[in-house]
Ligand binder design. Sequence first.
Ligand code: F6P
Length: 362
Amino acid sequence: MTSAPITRIGILTGGGDAPGLNAVIRAVVKSAWNSRIECVGLEDSFDGLIEPHRSRALTPRDVTGILRLGGTILGTTNRGNPFAYPVSTSEGVHDYSDRVVDTFHKMGLGALIVIGGDGTLAIAHQFCNRGIPIVGIPKTIDNDIVGTTNCFGFDTAVDFATDAIDRLHTTAEAHHRIMIVEVMGRYAGWIALYAGVAGGADAILIPEIPFDIALVAQRLRERDAWGAKFSIVVVAEGAYHKGGTLSLVQEARDGYAERLGGIGARVCETLARELGKETRSVVLGHLQRGGAPTSFDRVLATRFGGKAVQLVWSGEFGTMVAFDPPNIVARRLEDVVGKTKTVPLDHDLLLTAKALGVTFGD
Ligand code: F6P
C-alpha cells in the first residue's frame, strides 16, 4: 500500500540565528509551492507547535524579498526544548512533547522541516522517534555540525570577523599595540581559524588547543624583536588556558545553555602584564550573527532548502541535508546529533598557519 502524498508541511527555525535562515525558508516555501505542498511557518522554534496560534501559512508572496535578509521571519529561541521547557514557576521544566505531537497531527501536517543547530536537531531526532516525519537542515555560524562540510552562516561570520581584523590591523599598527579579538565558537575554533588566517593574525587560540600564554607572549616578543611592533591575537570564546576551564558569563541551568565570554579580556590583561605593552580587546559577539548572508551562504541555504523539499517528496525522513562538496546529500539524523565537529589537529589550514609562524599557544 502506498501512503497518500504529503500536501502540507511545517517549517521552523530553532537555536541561535544565523545569516541564511531566511534564504532557506524562501527556498523551502517556493519549491514546496511548486510541488503543490503547502507550508505552515511555525513561530519561535517548537513553540509554534506548543501554542498552535503561533503559526501561519507561507506562500511565495510571503517570502519574496527575504533572500538577502539576516535573522529569521519565523523567530527563534534557544530555550524552547519541548521535552524540558523552562516554566516560570517552581516546577523548573515541563515536558510538552505530547502536545507537540498532538498539534502536529491536528494541524494536518504531513512532515516537518527543522532548521537548527545541534540542540534543535537533537530535539528533531527525538520527535522522529515519536513518529513525526522530519527533515533537518543544519545551521550554525560555529560550523560545528558533524556530517556537513559547511553550515550556512559560517561564511558570513568569517567574512565579518575578517573585516573586523583588517580594521584592527591599522589601528594596532598606528599605536604599536597588541589587539585581541574575541570571536564566537563555543566548542570549535572554526571561525577563529578561518578569520584568523584570512585576517593575518599572529596568534589564534581555539578550544581544540588549550593554550600556554607564555608561548603566545614569546611569539609576540619575537615579532617585536624584528621590528613588527604590533600584533593581532584572535581568540575563540571557547578557548582556555592549558589546565584551565572555559570562561563563562553564566552557568547552564534548566533549559538554558551555558554562556561563554571573557576570555579575550583575560588574554588581554595577561599579555599586557607579560609584555609591558599596550593591549586592547574587542568582542565581536552577536555582530557575527547579524547582517546579510554572503553569496556563498545564500547559495548554500537555497540548495539546502531545495534538497529538504526533495527529501520530503521522496519520503526520506529522519535525515539532515548536508554539504559534501560538490554535492548536497542526506545524512541520517542519528549519525550526526550529539556530536561536535571540532577542528582536527592535523587540519591543513591549521598546519599551514603554523608553518607560516602563527602560534596556537602550544
Ligand atoms: O552557537 C552559535 C553561537 O553563536 C555561539 O558561538 C555562541 O556562544 C552562542 O551562539 C551565543 O548564543 P546566545 O545568542 O544565546 O547568546
